[in-house]
Unconditional design. Structure first.
Length: 427
RNA sequence: GCGGGCGUAGCCAAGUGGUUAAGGCAGCGGCUUGUGGCGCCGCCAUUCGGGGGUUCAAGUCCCCUCGCUCGCCCCA
């Protein structure tokens, strides 16, 4: 095999798949516009330290999944594994918070060096939301509602919103101590991975999928018991807010997220139809992150949505997939003969200037071939220009989608006629 | 990083040691050098991801390697 291939886990998006992506992006953009959320674009490449400090050294993402290399200046650089750290860095760097709370969204590729499987790639795409500067539980509710409504509007069915609270940093420290002590005492009932995690990332032991570990954990002290009154009240406010919006919630006390910066609200929107990688959208509150990265103390909440997983879900829903279908061509120009061929590009350009989608056949092939391609192009009309038409400055217009007599009209009148046809809801 | 499944044309795919590697879709040419969608005819893999080995004989068996895929882990 001498031919070149894309790198493992790096996937091409071919023209046939693009329309659904553009559809999702357009719907997301519109939801963000309505919610007064502005786009931010940051570099794909950042200094490694940003992620190490932001996401947490003990996390898997930082520990083993980053694309990290030295650039020519010997700086350690990393392809972003997620969007929050970059967005926060940019906000701090440009002093945006001095202008008040920031409502931001971003989209684009992320990179994690993992083994690819269904719904998991090394380069994948996320759309994410970050609401910075507001501590109130209502902003948690708003952030979640934006994600929920966006997914609903796209026509994704069968989703569940799983919700938990991780408590305040103090709650967590207190709980962590209790949990570690308990885990140490019940070490024998845990799988090796979980045993190893007792000291590095004990909270993650809670959502282990190993049945034996889960059985052991049934008697473990719950995080809820370590929550302060304030944290508990806050969690209740979030739940009440979601209930008021009639967004159904599934409380999941085992939901712990993999990135260190989360506190209080943590949530995931999952689908049972995605195989092992069930999370379409995940996020939570990260009140400590901005300060940790050198900014002013700033409460924040955000989420990220996995585009590939969303596309996977949408592909299972014919109605939603159809919504993303591209608009058909208005005109396909078929021509033959030197004089005729000279008229094609000027005609196409005039049509395009008027907003029509026009393709011309420049193959010089037999009419039969050109008509075949015209048909396949999906165009509504074919314009035919041969020697006779060129001499008379006319075109023969053929309706490719309905049986109707061909008509002949001046070449100068064609574009107007088509524009009118389209405006008139020509069925 | 660990485990299972798989790799035959652009795509789907038959083939389970024995002469020339089915078939379908797409593509190209023709029937039709001014008319597509239907039909018919023809063309389209010196070679089965790559390398090595076993054998008189390998797409088929063995080893290595690369890739894809599903799961573990982790997460979007």
């Amino acid at each position: 095999m001498a031919s070149l291939q894309s790198l493992r886990g790096m996937v091409d998006l071919l023209p046939a798949q693009i329309s659904i992506w553009q559809h999702i992006e357009a719907v997301a953009r519109e939801h963000f516009r309505r919610a007064a959320v502005q786009e931010i674009r940051t570099p794909l490449l950042e200094v490694t330290e940003l992620f190490a400090r932001g996401i947490g050294e003990a996390t898997d993402v930082v520990g083993k999944e980053m694309y990290t290399f030295l650039d020519r200046g010997e700086r350690s650089c990393t392809l972003r594994p997620e969007g929050t750290a970059s967005a926060v860095r940019a906000v701090i760097e440009h002093g945006l918070l001095s202008q008040g709370p920031q409502r931001l969204w971003y989209g684009g590729p992320m990179f994690r060096y993992e083994r690819p499987q269904a719904g998991r790639q090394r380069q994948f795409h996320q759309i994410g939301l970050e609401l910075l500067g507001v501590a109130d539980a209502r902003s948690d509710v708003e952030a979640i509602a934006i994600a929920w409504d966006l997914l609903a509007d796209l026509g994704v069915g069968g989703l569940a919103l799983e919700l938990n609270t991780l408590g305040s940093p103090d709650d967590r420290i207190r709980y962590r101590e209790r949990l570690v002590a308990w885990l140490e005492a019940h070490r024998d009932g845990l799988d090796p991975d979980s045993q190893a995690r007792i000291n590095t990332n004990p909270l993650r032991v809670l959502d282990s999928k190993v049945p034996q570990t889960q059985a052991t954990l049934a008697a473990a002290p719950p995080l809820a018991a370590s929550l302060s009154a304030e944290s508990r009240a806050r969690f209740e406010q979030v739940q009440a807010g979601l209930a008021a919006l009639e967004i159904p919630v599934q409380l999941n006390p085992r939901l712990v997220r993999g990135l260190d910066y989360y506190s209080h609200t943590a949530f995931e929107i999952t689908s049972s139809q995605l195989g092992a990688q069930a999370t379409v959208c995940g996020g939570g509150r990260y009140d400590g992150l901005v300060q940790q990265l050198g900014g002013p103390p700033t409460p924040a909440i955000g989420w990220a949505l996995g585009m590939e997983r969303l596309v996977l879900l949408l592909a299972q829903m014919p109605a939603a997939a159809a919504a993303g279908a591209p608009a058909p061509l208005d005109l396909y120009v078929v021509s033959r003969g030197e004089a005729a061929e000279a008229l094609v590009l000027p005609l196409a350009r005039q049509g395009r200037a008027a907003g029509l989608a026009v393709e011309c056949d420049t193959s010089g092939a037999a009419f039969g071939k050109q008509f075949k391609r015209a048909d396949r192009s999906g165009a509504r009309f074919a314009a035919v220009i041969g020697d006779a038409e060129a001499a008379a400055a006319e075109v023969v217009l053929k309706d490719l989608r309905q049986h109707q007599a061909e008509q002949r009209l001046p070449i100068a009148a064609l574009v107007d006629w088509l524009v009118q046809q389209r405006a008139g809801g020509s069925a």
